[in-house]
Design a protein around this ligand. Structure first.
Ligand SMILES: [Zn+2]
Length: 201
């Protein structure tokens, strides 16, 4: 959703090269692994056309590195926002042939490091940002904030991203010994959680 009063030039296409590309990498460092071809203003979104720079990729199954290109396709990756509008990356992806003759993967798609992942429709940094909104604000408020910033997301998606976060490290509860309790009782402070002894028992 465009921000109120935002001046857009829908339909404008800018070819990107040289310093223009460096400027993009400064503003969007997650794009550093791409060769950006052009940026298009489509009114309610900014579309970046790009392809992966890496001439080779590692098979996700056996780990062998391959530069033998088997084919390619285009995928759409949702990134953050620019000027209150979502940024979509139309990425040309190469499919490589695995060089390990016994690997059952046969072919696999190359990934842009720091930007894409297997079966992900969102860029690598985006879910972390949305999960942060969900963690602080819960579902509906997180969705409203994300929409206002130009990254529309459903409230249930924000909560699902929070649930997908790794659990915080939980340390074992301290063991309370008798000597600790007696030191506590002799000191100036006492542990409020220590139950009051019933004189009748
Ligand atoms: Zn393989």
């Amino acid at each position: 959703m465009p921000s109120a009063g935002a001046a857009t030039a829908a339909g404008r296409v800018l070819e990107v090269s040289g310093q223009g590309e460096e400027l993009l990498f400064m503003l969007f460092p997650q794009l550093a692994g791409l060769r950006v071809e052009r940026v298009e203003d489509v009114g309610d979104a900014v579309v970046i056309w790009a392809c992966c720079r890496a001439p080779q990729a590692r098979c996700p199954l056996c780990g062998s590195v391959s530069s033998r290109v088997h084919g390619g396709y285009a995928r759409v990756v949702a990134d953050g926002a620019a000027g209150g509008r979502p940024v979509l990356i139309i990425l040309s992806v190469r499919r490589f042939r695995c060089l390990d003759p016994v690997c059952v993967k046969v072919t696999f798609a190359g990934q842009a490091e720091g930007l894409t992942g297997r079966y992900r429709r969102r860029s690598v940094p985006l879910p972390g940002m949305l999960a942060g909104f969900g963690l602080e604000l819960a579902g509906r408020a997180a969705a409203r904030l994300a929409g206002a910033l130009g990254v529309p997301v459903h409230s249930s998606t924000a909560l699902r991203l929070v649930m997908a976060l790794p659990d915080p490290l939980v340390t074992a509860a301290p063991q309370v010994t008798g000597s600790m309790i007696s030191r506590c009782a002799r000191g100036r402070w006492t542990a409020r959680w220590w139950p009051t002894r019933n004189p009748a028992t």
